[in-house]
Design a protein. Structure first.
Length: 197
């Protein structure tokens, strides 16, 4: 059983812990409750348009901007635009912008859409190349179309993501001759034989 101390009656409380008694002041209990509530509040996730820095949930910067100074208990986030070939395409709490993509002609790429503070460069393929690694709007890597061998020609030129189709003249001639033969028409082969149905 716990016994009350004379000078502590109004602001102290005995807590019975097994065979021991613990004397706790009410001000200490209140402090612990407040600190617990603050910790619970701090552990709650920030809102959608906020980011966490330390114990603060700060408003995010809009696309095309980065954090210049994080918010405090008394001030809001300070944002500045992305510059010098950098961008940020989503609301963010970042202190640096992302460097824009370089569309390297040495890798078969060209600029399809220039970089802006709120969007990255979009690369396309140079003439004579096709895309190996397509993105939503462009291409990350390209490869040169293969060259035709002697006696071949380009039947269908490639576009960004299609490989050109090549036929030899002999394949084309024999292919068209077979169609004519199936239709019952006379065919003259280049080697001199003829066929008649």
């Amino acid at each position: 059983m716990c016994h009350l101390i004379h000078n502590c009656a109004d602001y102290c409380h005995f807590v019975h812990l097994g065979t021991s008694c613990l004397l706790v002041s009410l001000s200490t209990v209140v402090k612990h409750i407040i600190l617990t509530l603050l910790n619970i509040q701090r552990s709650i996730a920030c809102g959608r348009a906020e980011y966490r820095t330390g114990d603060e949930c700060c408003p995010m910067c809009s696309p095309g901007n980065r954090v210049y100074k994080h918010c405090t208990e008394f001030t809001s986030t300070s944002c500045v635009p992305c510059t010098d070939s950098t961008f940020l395409d989503e609301p963010n709490g970042l202190t640096a912008c992302i460097p824009c993509t370089n569309c390297d002609p040495g890798f078969g790429l060209k600029v399809k859409q220039s970089c802006r503070p709120s969007s990255d460069t979009v690369c396309g393929t140079l003439e004579g190349f096709y895309c190996l690694d397509p993105t939503k709007d462009g291409c990350r890597a390209a490869q040169r179309h293969s060259s035709c061998k002697p006696g071949q020609y380009i039947n269908h030129t490639g576009i960004n993501t299609r490989i050109q189709i090549k036929y030899t003249r002999m394949q084309l001639y024999i292919g068209s001759s077979m169609v004519l033969a199936m239709l019952g028409l006379w065919v003259q082969f280049p080697w001199g034989n003829s066929m008649e149905n």
